[in-house]
Design a protein around this ligand. Structure first.
Ligand code: 4AZ
Length: 244
């Protein structure tokens, strides 16, 4: 009797805290960079995973502004380019012999970026060299998209460190506004109805719709919770600002 009651309490706590038993991104499957050669990881110079990104030109990576930001005592500052590396062609980030690590020559953050919840969470890294991998073009949203990353497979799990992907439904703006008070229609998109989502470490990474880059992983409340869709920067909104 007592054991059963405890089991119920544990189950309720797990549900309320948003914990998920789904397979890992959250609810996804393993992916290989050979199939999506434009997906890249952004790391520190000593190889720590910061974020994901997407190669949009041989020497340009689109990612989230918050991935190129350091929270200091005074405020949030741009992370110096010298502290960043872009890792391409490496499915398992621990396989340091695979793919290419490129230095970053320049960081451009959206000039209006303040905080993920205010939007404009987009940045472009210019690499010190061109990479010999296929690039991805910007595109529009659709009914669903595929999000890729090396990040956490559940809210409290460590990053997978191997590339994963998951298909998520893209929600109507009205539903995003209702579920996320900070949602900015037109400049953001939201996706996911629970069970499948991006999570910490996937930030900056690509949301792909019909083979094109439609969104950048930006923020969310927890990961894969039923009523907390993931929020993405809607790239079509920034096309003229980005210039490609
Ligand atoms: C993060 O912390 C984060 N579920 C990224 C995406 C989402 C949640 C958190 C979306 O970087």
């Amino acid at each position: 009797m007592r054991g059963k009651r405890l089991a119920v309490i544990v189950a309720v706590i797990a549900l309320v805290s948003g914990a998920s038993t789904a397979d890992a991104i959250v609810g996804g499957t393993p992916a290989r960079v050979a199939d999506t050669p434009w997906v890249v990881a952004i790391t520190t110079t000593d190889g720590q995973l910061i974020c994901g990104g997407a190669l949009v030109a041989p020497d340009k990576v689109v990612t989230a502004a918050h991935c190129a930001t350091i929270k200091g005592v005074v405020g949030r500052n741009q992370r110096p380019a010298e502290q960043l590396r872009v890792v391409a062609g490496r499915t398992d980030l621990r396989a340091t012999g695979e793919g290419i690590e490129a230095a970053v020559a320049n960081v451009w953050r959206h000039p209006e970026y303040k905080d993920v919840t205010k939007g404009d969470d987009v940045a472009v890294l210019t690499l010190a060299r061109s990479l010999p991998y296929r690039t991805i073009a910007l595109g529009e949203v659709g009914e669903d998209g595929v999000v890729l990353g090396w990040g956490r497979t559940a809210e409290s799990s460590p990053p997978a460190m191997t590339l994963r992907k998951v298909t998520v439904p893209i929600l109507p703006d009205a539903e995003c506004v209702a579920k996320e008070p900070d949602y900015r229609p037109g400049a953001m998109l939201c996706a996911g109805r629970g069970g499948r989502d991006a999570c910490a470490g996937d930030s900056g990474g690509p949301l792909v719709v019909r083979g094109r880059l439609a969104g950048v992983v930006s923020f969310g409340r927890g990961c894969a919770r039923a009523d907390e869709p993931g929020v993405y920067t809607r790239l079509a909104h920034y096309r003229s600002t980005l210039g490609f």
